[in-house]
Structures are given as structure tokens and as C-alpha cells.
Design a binder for this molecule. Structure first.
Ligand code: 3PG
Length: 303
């Protein structure tokens, strides 16, 4: 089988080597399309691929249509909003993610962003400490749980949003509404997937409830934040801050208007560690090899 790794933002070389070992060791062929700039390149590369590994690369309906032999696509990472699942399902293509494999890298970045914002973005001037501050967690999956533990280790008071408590919330303080989370926490880390029901859910109403000096940390997806609402709240509340790993569509304009109130990494950094590249890349390769060998669909997201 031909297994294509198509990554606009490539894996580290060591991870690619690891993927190659798994793929070729199982008797398959590896093809690489890295740092591509045009969709045409992806359409061409997928034409004869039996399996596809991507990161945030968009596997849209036309990509699926061009991939005539495709049997499985694995998003090496957690969020699979970049995969057109209905198109995959229609063609009987198995779509998977690799949950948990890059969670620690993302959680560490969330903490890094928080420290960066608390310390005046490393500019001269007086910052603030995190010790004793209240940290809210919206989204208590693999990443949210790690952010919570790390924030607790910094001496923060951690509160989890949980509409309903379950086993995973044992030992944690929870609040049942987002209103309570946002109105009581100095920092909120958002760790939820982009879905129709989460798109634009964080806007003026919630953000304006944050206490003085509040800061939202978004290492999830830009679509979750309603940009018009963000613009309005940053204008009305010069004390509020927004740090994100995924620049808003109008970042340049927002940066111009609000300066140090807003910060976005130049390119999504969350999973950009040697460890996360290795974990997610190798997991993706193993899942494909396993699927071809035994039909295992453990991480299928379009069942
Ligand atoms: C994920 O959903 O796993 C992260 O957002 C990582 O995305 P990336 O692979 O594009 O860095």
C-alpha cells in the first residue's frame, strides 16, 4: 500500500524517519509531500495514495474525490475539524485521529502563554504572579486535564467547567455554568474542539464577565471565539487580555488596536515539539499499518 504523509507544516525529521520505519517495516511504501504551498500539489499527491497522514492539512471534499484509492486517513493530532468526514464516510474511507499524543505539548504551551501574558510579554514593566490566582478550565479532556494539573503545581486555584460531574472530575472543584467560570477566574484555558455547536461560543457576553485583568488562553481553535465580540470587549475593557495559538482572522487589525492586550503565536505551536511530532506521527503510522493488517478501527471518528 502507498502511504502518503502530506504536511504543510512538516513533522520533525526524526518523526518522519520513525514513520518510515513503521511503514516500510510492514511492507508498505512511504510517500512524502511536505511544506506544500498549493492545493494542487496535494490533489496530485493523493491521486494514488491508499492511506494518508495529515496534521492540520485540509482534507476537503475535492481532496477526497481526487484520492481515488484512499482507504484510510489519519489526522496525526487531536482535532479533526480539518477532515471532511461526510465525504470520507460516503466513500467508505476510515478517518481517525491520534487522541492524547500531543496533549502534553499543547498543555505546556497553554501554561507558557499564561506566564508570557502575566509577565507583560517579557517587556519591561511590572507583571504578576500566577501563585494563588484562579485558573478556569473549559474542556476537561486530555489537554484540559494536563493544564489543570500543571496550573495546580504552580499554586493556582483550579476550577473546572462541568455541566455534569463525572468520574474524571473527582478531586477537582467544578462549576456548572460557563458564566460562573468566566466571572470568577483570572485565567481561562479553552481546550475544546471546533464543532458547529462550539463555533463563536466565546464572545462578548462571556468575556466581559471576567474579573479585572482577566486573560483568556486559547490553544484550541480560532473559530471558537466570536471575533466581533472579542473586538468589542477588548475595546471596552483595556484590562482584559487574549492569548492564542491560532491567530484570529483579523489579528493584524486587532493587534494594531489593542497592542499588548492580544497575542497570537506566529504559526500554531501547540504540537510543535520533537516529542509530540514523534508521538502523533508514529501513532498515525501504527494505526494505518494496524488497520491494513487487522482491520483495527479503534480511533475511527466517522463510525
Ligand atoms: C491538534 O488538534 O492536534 C493540534 O491542534 C495540533 O495541530 P498541528 O498538527 O497542525 O500542529
Amino acid at each position: 500500500m502507498k502511504i502518503l504523509v502530506a504536511t504543510e507544516k512538516p513533522f520533525a525529521a526524526a518523526a518522519v524517519n520513525g514513520i518510515r520505519e513503521i511503514v516500510e517495516g510492514a511492507g508498505h511504501e512511504l510517500a512524502l509531500l511536505e511544506k506544500y504551498t498549493e492545493k494542487e500539489q496535494l490533489l496530485e499527491a493523493v491521486a494514488d495514495a491508499d492511506a494518508l497522514i495529515v496534521r492540520s492539512d485540509k482534507v476537503t471534499a475535492d481532496v477526497v474525490a481526487a484520492a481515488k484509492n484512499l482507504k484510510i486517513v489519519v489526522r496525526a493530532g487531536a482535532g479533526y475539524d480539518n477532515l471532511d468526514l461526510p465525504s470520507c464516510t460516503e466513500r467508505g474511507i476510515v478517518a481517525m485521529n491520534t487522541p492524547g499524543q500531543n496533549s502534553n505539548a499543547v498543555a505546556e504551551l497553554a501554561l507558557g502563554l499564561m506566564i508570557y501574558m502575566a509577565r507583560n510579554q517579557f517587556n519591561p514593566g511590572t507583571g504578576a504572579e500566577l501563585l494563588g490566582k484562579k485558573m478556569g478550565i473549559q474542556g476537561f479532556g486530555n489537554i484540559g486535564q494536563l493544564v489543570a494539573k500543571k496550573a495546580q503545581a504552580l499554586g493556582m486555584e483550579v476550577v473546572i467547567f462541568a455541566a455534569q460531574r463525572s468520574e474524571k472530575h473527582e478531586g477537582w472543584n467544578t462549576v456548572a455554568t460557563l458564566e460562573e467560570l468566566y466571572s470568577t477566574c483570572n485565567y481561562v484555558s479553552v481546550n475544546i474542539p471546533a464543532k458547529p455547536e462550539t463555533k463563536g461560543m466565546l464572545g462578548y457576553d462571556l468575556l466581559s464577565k471576567m474579573p479585572k485583568g482577566g486573560c483568556l488562553i486559547n490553544t484550541a481553535r480560532k473559530e471558537i471565539v466570536d471575533e466581533a465580540g472579542l473586538d468589542q470587549v477588548l475595546a471596552e475593557r483595556p484590562d482584559l487580555k487574549y492569548a492564542t495559538d491560532i491567530a484570529p482572522a483579523a489579528y493584524a487589525e486587532l493587534k494594531e488596536k489593542y497592542g499588548k492586550q492580544i497575542f497570537a503565536t506566529p504559526k500554531k505551536q501547540g504540537a510543535e515539539t520533537a516529542e509530540a511530532n514523534m508521538n502523533a506521527g508514529l501513532a498515525a503510522a501504527n494505526q494505518i499499518v494496524g488497520y491494513f493488517a487487522t482491520g483495527c478501527t479503534k480511533f475511527q471518528v466517522n463510525k
